[in-house]
Ligand binder design. Structure first.
Ligand code: FES
Length: 565
């Protein structure tokens, strides 16, 4: 029915048994939308947009969509936007992570099922860009990623505030009794004051940077603030480029390759990016059959310096990175380490892109390769008897004095147990102990929440303790900081070693040797394993059942097993 040279509305006809009638009918309903023949004969650019009343980060989407459409029309295309699931990070229970794969399926299927020649993916909040890139990689239709951009930090009593590192900082002060209820309530209205994604190098900013580094976004667009007019020009340019893309052979599968994924990992390490981004990048790459190895991550991390001084590991905000030269400034510094032959969505290789960029850079925000913030990358994988398949530590956000330690485990069996006991005055805990959280991994009922940032027990926080070793199979917000070991795999809920840790066990962590070991006899561990309760039955119906049955572990990106390439 559909020949490959069909474009626009003639693609992928609805099946009524008569192709000519199907096209006639489709054009009839396009006319219902008020389009002229000139418009209905054009190539179609879909705009996968994730605006939602439950996603305030995306609240300026209407003007961005208008700018994309302007670019598409100017380049001779017909822009048609369509809604997909939107994942507002703080509005989903139990966690947005549970629904990332669902959104990716929505994006993939709607790109495939609707008649379009190219698609602009418009997202921003943490899980939306990963879901869009996963879906686009699977659909393998010409695609260009556009992010909404970061929010602006706001002045407050002589300093600047921006979600969400400052959310945690102020909440920590409140818990420690350093500020009043009135003060924390006042700050609540200052932390997220404009449209856009979290203002620091959290997951959204990291994924925006990765989308540009891997070649799926236009150069220079990752860090443009959401409310800056440059963002609208980036939208217009993305719309224009999408029309051109429709007539090129450039597909996500030609852009997202083993070599460009490695570039993205380098950038992740050099920007002190979010641990979540490692899971998302693994899932995106996995859609095209590309494996991200945690061992390889360690090699890259040893070679790749941290260059970007943004919160939560540094001082600045994402809007400062834009003013300092944007991601291009980082890519230029990393040049000797990058695979420069990688294709980008512009049709240029990374080398060609970097050849004609401005060389302006503010060294307060983006350091030189020769004088980095730290000579090694921000993330490191740990392996050992507690994490046979790996765990992650964001060393750039951690206290190096805690890196080589043996500590006594203080175990919480679930999030509910943690909430119930962490602040009890008689909790048996010292600053030298390791806090351990079980049953917060991908297959748990909690669906891998950002709960790895276990709070410092109240009595220790009030005594001035700012950091402790914390270990879990959960994730951590990209805006958080501390000596926090995450993504322990296999997770407790499927009987991984984390499930058999008991109060008082000794755990040895060595960042230098990349080890995380539970110092308990194998005979004792066998007894404990035999005594573990049976796995709970999968939910009876709906998406929760699919999620429970098909979600993979962190080192496979927590994708569904049947969606991998
Ligand atoms: Fe949307 Fe942080 S809540 S990016």
């Amino acid at each position: 029915m559909n020949t490959p040279n069909k474009i626009g509305l003639a693609r992928g006809l609805t099946n009524y048994g008569d192709a000519d009638f199907s096209l006639y009918l489709r054009r009839t309903f396009a006319k219902q939308a008020g389009y002229s023949n000139d418009m209905t004969n054009r190539p179609v650019v879909g705009i996968a947009q994730s605006a939602s009343g439950f996603n305030p980060c995306h609240r300026n989407f209407p003007e961005i969509i208008e700018a994309i459409k302007r670019g598409v029309i100017a380049a001779g295309g017909l822009p048609l936007d369509f809604p997909t699931i939107s994942l507002g990070e703080t509005f989903l229970n139990p966690t947005s992570m549970k629904y990332r794969n669902l959104m990716s399926m929505d994006v993939e299927e709607m790109i495939r099922a609707q008649p379009m020649d190219a698609v602009v993916l418009l997202g921003g909040c943490d899980k939306t860009v990963p879901a869009q890139l996963m879906g686009a990689a699977s659909a393998d239709m010409p695609a260009i990623q556009l992010v909404v951009g970061p929010m602006l930090p706001m002045p407050y009593q002589g300093e600047r505030l921006g979600a969400c590192t400052d959310c945690r900082r102020f909440w920590g002060k409140f818990r420690a009794g350093e500020i009043t209820r009135e003060a924390i309530d006042e700050v609540e209205g200052k932390l997220a004051a404009t449209a856009g994604t979290c203002a620091v190098m959290g997951t959204a900013s990291t994924m925006a940077s990765i989308a540009e580094a891997i070649g799926m976004s236009l150069p220079g667009t990752a860090a443009i603030p959401a409310v800056h007019s440059d963002r609208l020009r980036a939208a217009e340019a993305s719309g224009r480029r999408a029309v051109e893309l429709a007539f090129t052979p450039i597909r996500p599968s030609e852009i997202i390759t083993e070599r460009s994924v490695e570039n993205a990992l380098r950038v992740l390490l050099s920007i002190g990016g979010s641990t979540n981004a490692l899971i998302h990048l693994t899932a995106i790459a996995g859609r095209l059959g590309i494996k991200v190895s945690l061992e390889r991550l360690n090699t890259l991390s040893d070679e790749t310096p941290v260059l970007v001084d943004l919160k939560p590991t540094g001082e600045h905000y994402m809007s400062d990175l834009h003013a300092a030269g944007g991601l291009g400034a980082v890519l230029r510094e990393l040049r000797p380490l990058l695979n420069l032959d990688c294709m980008t969505v512009t049709g240029e290789t990374l080398e060609e892109r970097l050849a004609h960029e401005s060389t302006w850079v503010d060294r307060a925000v983006v350091r030189s390769f020769a004088e980095p913030i730290t000579p090694q990358g921000g993330l490191v994988s740990l392996f050992g008897t507690l994490a046979p398949n790996g765990a992650i530590l964001k060393r750039s956000a951690a206290d190096p004095r805690l890196f080589e330690r043996t500590g006594r485990a203080v175990v919480f069996s679930s999030l509910a147990d943690l909430a119930e006991r962490i602040d009890l005055p008689d909790l048996d805990v010292t600053p030298d102990d390791f806090l351990v959280l079980q049953n917060a991994g991908p297959k748990s009922a909690a669906a891998m929440p950002e709960a790895g940032y276990l709070p410092i027990p109240l009595k220790l926080a009030r005594a001035g303790v700012k950091d402790m070793v914390r270990i879990s199979d959960a994730r951590m917000s990209g805006t958080a900081y501390g000596t926090i070991v995450l993504h322990v795999s296999p997770e407790a809920a499927i009987g991984g070693p984390l499930a058999v840790v008991r109060n008082g066990d000794m755990i040895r962590m060595s960042v230098a040797t990349r080890r995380l070991d539970l110092l308990v006899d194998e005979a004792e561990l066998q007894l404990r394993r035999a005594a573990l309760p049976p796995q709970p039955a999968a939910p009876r119906r709906g998406f929760s059942r699919l999620y429970a049955q098909s979600t993979l572990q962190a080192e496979e990106g927590c994708d569904f097993d049947f969606l991998r390439g």
